[in-house]
Design a protein around this ligand. Structure first.
Ligand code: IMP
Ligand code: MG
Length: 188
């Protein structure tokens, strides 16, 4: 794996969560979900693209006959201001009627995206819905009553990249999570 002396790391001001910290949390979460869904066969829904890295690590820590689905969504509006309307770019391949759904997201910010998705899957008749996120920025929440069931790390209101998270589609392949240097924004 890329080490922290690599070129991509030159664009970070600091590393916020290391690969070792992530791995430990992912293992713990895998154990918790294995317990919670004993005797069940949940469908795990990966929200592309940001959650892909977290998702593939997490499913390998869960000892259950689970199934995997992938969904891509985008919020209307500018990068800094979500309108509250979410567009489905790629829908699930199989329906969730009567299924126990675990939504896996990279980061909860305003909460608009997850709130919309949860409503949609409830409407489609999921038996239960659980929200799992790698990162949470609680300060930024606009949907106050959104229940995030499991969050691996709470982080301050800073723009982060790595382990799936991007800036303009880049940096997703960093093994650690870090704060992007302002010089990167200024360049563009
Ligand atoms: P929200 O909770 O609906 O506001 O949207 C969350 C989405 O915004 C995430 O799935 C990310 O795609 C994106 N996002 C929010 N904060 C960050 C960040 O710090 N780095 C990268 N993407 C972010
Ligand atoms: Mg995302």
């Amino acid at each position: 794996m890329i080490d922290t002396k690599g070129t991509l790391y030159q664009d970070l001001t600091k590393i916020l969560v290391t690969r070792d910290q992530i791995a430990e949390k992912v293992r713990d979460l895998g154990r918790v979900l294995t317990e919670r869904y004993q005797g069940k066969s949940p469908v795990m829904v990966c929200i592309l693209k940001g959650a892909a890295t977290f998702f593939t690590d997490l499913v390998r820590e869960i000892d259950l006959p689970l199934t995997m689905e992938f969904m891509a969504v985008s919020s209307y509006g500018s990068a800094t201001k979500t309108s509250g309307v979410v567009r489905v770019l790629k829908d699930l391949d199989n329906d969730v009627l009567g299924r126990d759904v675990i939504i896996v997201e990279d980061i909860v910010d305003s909460g608009v995206t997850l709130n919309y998705l949860k409503g949609m899957l409830q409407h489609r008749g999921a038996a239960s819905i659980c929200i799992v996120t790698l990162l949470d920025k609680p300060e930024r929440r606009r949907v106050k009553d959104l229940k995030v069931d499991y969050s691996c790390f709470n982080i301050p209101d800073e723009f982060v990249v790595g382990y799936g998270l991007d800036y303009d589609q880049a940096y997703r392949n960093l093994p650690d999570i870090g704060v992007l240097s302002p010089k990167v924004y200024e360049k563009r």
